[in-house]
Design a protein around this ligand. Structure first.
Ligand code: F6R
Length: 636
């Protein structure tokens, strides 16, 4: 999840409307000002590096490009470098990076240039077939300087332009994108056409904005809301030509289309949250994308797992005879969900431990043990120390993290990144779903490596995974129904969450979300364990929330539901769409689409996130910053 910004204003237009930037005679340089201001607003999308390219400055030499990769200080460094930029550019593009392919570095920072240095490009997304394309381009004589998938696009466009100069920049972009698999939002400038920006998108977001004398593009509305309120949405596979004060959009076959207009009258703060009241709800609603991006391009048709950083050979993977998962909080619950999949598909014994406990026992590990550290931040000190300890004991260490080059990613033998984008709300939501997804991919890989699952069965499972983003989206459509259930039980002082088998970690996660956001007592239990003690808590009116979707243990679960109901509990059940038999036993139902049971946690946890979120808001709590909690826990 990177951020893109662009502006074209043409040579005759006076700069106006932006904060003063270093400019002509101390005045305003509009292009540079818009880019730097937009990048500051887009920084939340990633700050591994920042960069910009300008075309058309009268005293410049074609194209001017600057990039900086200094973590949170990248934009400051870029702003300093921009002090020496030529003034009076007619168009420019900028980028703030959340690294996926290639570590954060200046070479990997955008904009990427072609071999001539006259064209520059910014990209957000993932080019799935970049290796194959890079091989072709290198064979053609192109010099690729970075480790990124994005740079390949710049050279591919250059190659198409060279093959057919009459096609123009737009035609070359169209021809290049015809070769590309994956997701992209991109903007391209060329010093030969200094008032033109060519933009295109598939899946990744891109909006255009129009003012009298300038045209803008950005990954989101807030980046350019200070300059226009009139936006146009670029649809999948459309290509746009932006010139000062005009936008021309064409469909994949080249026919002209009218882009859908969007007039925005929100204020800037509301816009940063995309119209959601807080970051948590925005991030909850970004979950279909987080799952889809994490799935993208991970398991090749031949069954090979594409790991981002691999220092474990396939032979070593095959020699694994035990898996040990270590994590904290929601990441621990993701690990617990995956334990069922790894054991079922890969037939490997899986132990799982809370990271802060793992370190202080004497775990039995050796070089045939795969230790999986799960951490969205990759910085949680308990998990970090646990994987370091595991490495010392000779185990192979694989990390699932959402942050490229995090401490844990650097420590591990292999890394599988989740691609949820930055999560600002303290409570894990989209990173949690992305973790479960990544762990399930790993489970399928281990199963194939060990030949405990045939390629055909693995492909069938991958097919079932492919529809998960849609199922999560369907579960999210019921947000207002979930809110109504939360409203009905808003005065309950405590909640009991129950689940069995894969529903058990879902119940734990539901309880954790509820207690951390609403500050109410909430406990999750394995439903079958209830009668061994916790059932003493149940009295008339106790609210029990059960995960009762159709897994192989549904009947057993319903037996446990009957036990609490007969003791006076009020029962809310997570149930599959249309399952009236389950609904008959509930006082209220949280409906979700049915899915292959080992994937069910990815869908079933969604209404519990929404329930906790709604209840916290009903109690007037700050859902983005719950009390006493920090997003990254770097103390023991
Ligand atoms: C709960 C939550 C925490 C984290 C835990 C681990 O909503 O966010 O329980 O899951 O602190 O954090 P990471 O995944 O960064 O190691």
């Amino acid at each position: 999840m990177c951020g893109i910004i662009g502006i074209t204003r043409g040579p005759g237009t006076a700069g106006r409307g932006t904060d003063a930037q270093p400019g002509e005679g101390g005045g305003v340089d509009q292009v540079l000002g818009v880019l730097l201001e937009g990048l500051a607003r887009l920084e939340y999308r990633g700050y591994d590096s920042a960069g910009l390219a300008l075309v058309g400055p009268p005293d410049g030499d074609g194209m001017w490009r600057a990039r900086a990769a200094n973590g949170i200080r990248s934009l400051d460094d870029l702003t300093k470098r921009a002090e020496s930029a030529p003034r009076g550019a007619t168009a420019g593009i900028g980028h703030t990076r959340w690294a996926t392919h290639g570590r954060p570095s200046e070479e990997n920072a955008h904009p990427h240039a072609d071999c001539s240095g006259r064209m520059a490009l910014v990209h957000n997304g993932i080019i799935e077939n970049h290796i194959e394309l890079a091989d072709e381009l290198i064979a053609e004589g192109h010099l690729l300087e970075s480790e990124t998938d994005s740079e390949v696009l710049a050279h591919l466009i250059e190659s198409r332009l060279a093959a057919d100069p009459g096609t123009g920049l737009t035609g070359a972009v169209r021809a290049a994108l015809g070769r590309v698999r994956g997701a992209f939002a991109l903007a391209v400038v060329h010093s030969d056409q200094p008032d033109l920006i060519v933009a295109a998108r598939r899946v990744s977001p891109l909006l255009m904005g129009l003012a009298d004398d300038a045209t803008f593009l950005a990954s989101d509305i807030p980046a350019i809301l200070g300059h226009t309120r009139d936006f146009f949405v670029l649809e999948d596979d459309e290509i746009a030509e932006l010139r000062p004060g005009s936008i021309r959009v064409t469909a994949p076959d080249g026919t002209e289309v009218d882009p859908a207009p969007l007039h925005v009258d929100w204020d800037l703060d509301a816009a940063r949250k995309d119209g959601y009241p807080d970051f948590m709800s925005k991030e909850i609603h970004e979950q279909p994308r987080a799952v889809a991006d994490t799935l993208l391009d991970r398991l090749l048709p031949d069954g090979t797992l594409v790991l981002d950083e691999v220092r474990i050979t396939n032979e070593e993977f095959r020699a694994i005879n035990k898996v040990f998962i270590v994590a904290c909080g929601s990441s621990y619950h993701a690990g617990l969900m995956a334990k069922y999949a790894i054991e079922h598909w890969a037939r490997l014994p899986v132990e799982i431990d809370i990271a802060s406990e793992f370190r202080y026992r004497n775990p039995v590990l050796d070089e045939h043990t795969l230790v999986i550290g799960v951490s969205q931040s990759g910085e949680t000190v308990d998990t970090f120390q646990a994987i370091r300890e595991a490495g010392k004991l000779g185990a192979k260490v694989l990390v699932i993290s959402n942050v490229l080059d995090s401490s844990m990613a650097r420590e591990a033998d292999a890394v599988l990144y989740t691609r949820a984008g930055p999560e600002i709300g303290v409570a894990a939501t989209k990173t949690h779903l992305a973790q479960i997804t990544a762990l399930e991919i790993l489970a399928l890989y281990l199963a194939q490596a060990r030949e405990t699952l045939s390629p055909a069965d693995a492909r069938a499972m991958l097919g079932a995974m492919g529809v998960l983003p849609d199922k999560v989206a369907t579960a999210l459509e019921r947000a207002s129904d979930v809110e109504a259930v939360a409203e009905a039980y808003r005065d309950s002082p405590s909640f009991i969450f129950l689940g069995r088998q894969v529903g058990y970690p879902v119940a734990l996660e539901g309880a954790l979300k509820l207690k951390e956001l609403s500050y109410l007592r909430a406990e999750g239990f394995p439903a079958g364990e209830l009668k061994h003690g916790p059932i003493a808590l149940v009295e008339e009116g106790t609210v029990v929330i059960g995960v009762a979707t159709r897994t192989p243990v549904w009947e057993k679960m319903m037996g446990n539901v009957a036990e609490v109901k007969s003791r006076g509990a009020t029962v809310v059940l997570v149930a599959n769409d249309g399952d009236e038999e389950t609904a008959r036993h509930a006082d209220a139902v949280l409906w979700v689409p049915e899915t292959e049971y080992l994937f069910a946690p990815i869908v079933d946890v969604v209404p519990l996130q929404l329930f906790a979120y709604s209840l916290a808001r009903l109690h007037g709590h700050d859902v983005d910053r719950p009390r006493n909690l920090a997003k990254t826990v770097t103390v023991e």
